[in-house]
Ligand binder design. Structure first.
Ligand code: AQP
Length: 331
């Protein structure tokens, strides 16, 4: 059976960047690829690479689990689980660290960016993050990994590690391919449209969170940075602000950039932003309703228990085989 694996970190409240770049794509794929098994997880081990307060982390793990299902993941199609509840992820990360080089990890742009932002010490976990991600994927022999543009470099490293292990010990890992959403692969900050919209950006106005109320959603769109030209035209390089809003519009409605430009030909930012605020609100409203039903439900606990059982079986077998392959333990 072919497999698809992906995860999201519970590092904050999920915003429309993660939703459009990742979550919405998972939901589409589960319907488009009925012959694939899905392993989707809450990447809590990744979340602690930058230290988190205990209660905050617990809350965000639970929220993210409910959001996954509220966004339309079908628990009959998808094994949803919490990464730390399947210990093989940490074990595989260590084994892959022993098959990776300092130089290749030092080149990772996410490490360079995130380590610069750390006021206190940078953890070894932040440095070795890509080997944990490689383990997440290779444990399940995933064929495809749906990710946003920013994770492409980590996926390339995963492919390099998989090829290295395969060359050294004989074919063992499936070499995965990235699946990047055509539109929405990189949603930018609303206040600084040349940077990615991020959960941990200290400026709350930079994003719309999936659980934001109607008035906040509309306020954030209205105050999103644009430029003084006033026309609705896509030009990523020269006009990143309006282009980002057009991308959000396009990835929710499915309309092309050209169709959107035609609709707003001769109209200004005010009308465009008002419509976009309503479009985003209408997209998020049913997700919020379902989220509230799920958050403290037995249903959610059962989904996570089931996901853990199914993921553990595969992951445990793969770790045991890898230990054996490289000569660890007893035969
Ligand atoms: N702004 C974005 N546009 C498109 N895709 C995005 N993704 C994240 N932000 C955007 C994609 O969502 C998946 C899960 O991301 P993640 O939470 O595991 O990691 P991240 O990319 O580090 O997300 P953040 O929000 O920037 O988290 P923090 O602030 O904690 O570092 C990935 O596939 C990602 O590409």
């Amino acid at each position: 059976m072919k497999r698809i694996v992906s995860g999201i970190q519970p590092t904050g409240s999920i915003n429309i960047g993660t939703y459009l770049g990742s979550l919405k794509n998972f939901v589409k794929l589960q319907d488009q690829l009925p012959d694939h098994e899905f392993y989707i997880f809450i990447a809590d081990l990744h979340a602690i690479t930058v230290p988190k307060e205990k209660q905050f982390l617990r809350q965000k793990i639970k929220e993210l689990a409910a959001i996954y299902i509220a966004c339309g993941l079908d628990p009959k199609r998808v094994n949803l689980f919490i990464q730390s509840e399947v210990p093989a992820h940490s074990q595989m990360a260590y084994l892959l660290q022993c098959h990776s080089y300092m130089g290749e990890l030092e080149r990772m742009t996410q490490f360079k960016d995130k380590s610069k932002k750390q006021e206190k010490g940078v953890t070894v976990g932040l440095f070795s993050y890509p080997t944990l991600m490689a383990g997440d994927i290779l444990l399940y022999d995933a064929e495809y990994v749906p990710v946003g543009q920013d994770q492409k470099q980590h996926l390339e490293l995963t492919r390099d590690i998989a090829n290295r292990v395969n060359n050294r010990y004989g074919d063992f890992f499936t070499v995965p391919e990235p699946l990047i959403a055509e539109v929405g692969a990189k949603i930018m900050s609303l206040t600084e449209p040349t940077s990615k919209m991020s959960k941990s950006d200290t400026n709350i106005k930079s994003r719309i969170e999936l659980l934001d109320p109607e008035n906040i959603i509309k306020k954030r769109i209205n105050s999103a940075m644009t430029d003084s030209l006033g026309t609705i035209k896509f030009d990523q390089e020269a006009r990143p602000g309006i282009s980002n809003l057009i991308t959000i519009y396009s990835s929710i409605t499915g309309k092309t950039y050209e169709e959107i430009e035609n609709i707003y030909d001769g109209k200004g930012y005010k009308e465009f932003k008002e419509d976009l605020g309503e479009i985003v609100y209408q997209e998020l409203k049913p997700i919020q309703d379902r989220y509230n039903e799920l958050l403290n439900s037995k249903e959610l606990t059962e989904i996570l228990d089931n996901g853990r059982e199914n993921a553990s079986k595969i992951a445990y077998k793969k770790i045991m085989k890898f230990n054996n392959k490289i000569g660890l333990g007893r035969k």
